[in-house]
Design a protein around this ligand. Structure first.
Ligand code: GLN
Length: 312
């Protein structure tokens, strides 16, 4: 398949959607990003990547990081995590508090914020430094050593992080965090702030780098260097939770339209996995009411329609 031609056709198709939606406002450091951006990249299972549009512009990873933290915890700790977090779609916004009280401090899934805080807490206990562990992993898998935390975004999230703090304190009250709340929040904000930036001086492509970083999910658990991160079954499970929960209360619509495991972030990025074939990363900062990129979802929808590459 001529990936470049397919991606160009996808970009042309979604052109009218670019700039629709709203850039995330509740994290002030993200509010100034230009909504009129669109980039998409594809990385095949052999590590070859290509892209079109603004695929070479930096963007904030945000909740896409939650797929990586889940994978890193499952790799280290197996199934024990599921005692502390569920794996059902929440049907509620990603930062909702109500469900957590009904369900006694056990988050519905690892991709809503409450669940991601538990996963970060576990990763921190397992590694001693959750956010650096993730950054190192992303650098290794993407081959881009310049990926970095964005201090401004992390500071902005911290200053405006009352909802996440409320979720964390609430879970601490139920005994569902091992580390102090400030530690968990700090590492969670750092992991969300990771910026996909071009590699210097070689040039590079953030969309492609993030697609490459997620390659282990398309390779049934094998890392870029051929070593195994996850068993085949564990990789299936991460992909399954991405499909059912990765786009929050729009996961049903995402599965309906795109038919792939995907994980979105309020920076406007989405990573989607075609098991056995490739990973895609699309970025466009205009978000719908559920916090997913409008043009990004449309692009993945058109990609699977054009290629027939969905899991269904
Ligand atoms: N850092 C963001 C938050 O905690 C991530 C949310 C997202 O990308 N959906 O609110």
């Amino acid at each position: 398949m001529d990936y470049q031609a397919v991606l160009e056709e996808v970009a042309a198709h979604v052109e009218p959607q670019i700039g629709r939606g709203r850039v995330a406002q509740y994290i002030p450091a993200l509010a100034s990003v230009d909504a009129d951006r669109f980039g998409i990249a594809l990385a095949d299972v052999d590590g070859r990547g290509t892209g079109v549009g603004d695929w070479e512009r930096p963007f904030s990873m945000q909740s896409i990081s939650k797929a990586f933290s889940l994978a890193l915890v499952l790799a280290d700790d197996g199934e024990k995590l599921w005692r502390r977090v569920g794996r059902e779609p929440s049907g509620n916004p990603f930062n909702s508090l109500v469900q957590l009280e009904y369900e006694h401090g056990i988050p519905r899934n690892p991709f809503i914020n409450a669940g991601a805080l538990v996963v970060t807490d576990r990763l921190h206990t397992l590694t001693g430094d959750a956010s650096t562990t993730m950054l190192d992993f992303l650098r290794a898998e993407s081959g881009n050593p310049d990926l970095a935390f964005d201090q401004d975004v992390a500071a902005s999230e911290t200053a405006h992080g009352d909802r996440n703090a409320a979720l964390a304190h609430f879970m601490a009250a139920y005994g569902n965090l091992d580390n102090p709340v400030p530690t968990v929040l700090e590492h969670y904000f750092w992991q969300c702030s990771i910026e996909m930036i071009p590699q210097l001086p070689l040039g590079g492509a953030p969309c492609r780098d993030l697609a490459l970083a997620g390659g282990f999910l398309a390779r049934h658990g094998l890392r870029a260097d051929g070593s195994r991160l996850l068993s085949r079954s564990e990789a299936k499970r991460v992909n399954a939770v991405m499909l059912t929960c990765g786009t929050y209360d729009a996961a049903g619509d995402f599965a309906y339209r795109v038919g792939l495991p995907g994980k979105s972030g309020v920076g406007g990025g989405i990573v989607a996995v075609v098991p056995g074939r490739c990973t895609l990363c699309v970025w466009s900062p205009g978000l719908d009411a559920r916090g997913n990129s409008v043009a990004g979802v449309a692009a993945l929808d058109h990609f699977t329609t054009l290629t027939g590459w969905s899991v269904f």
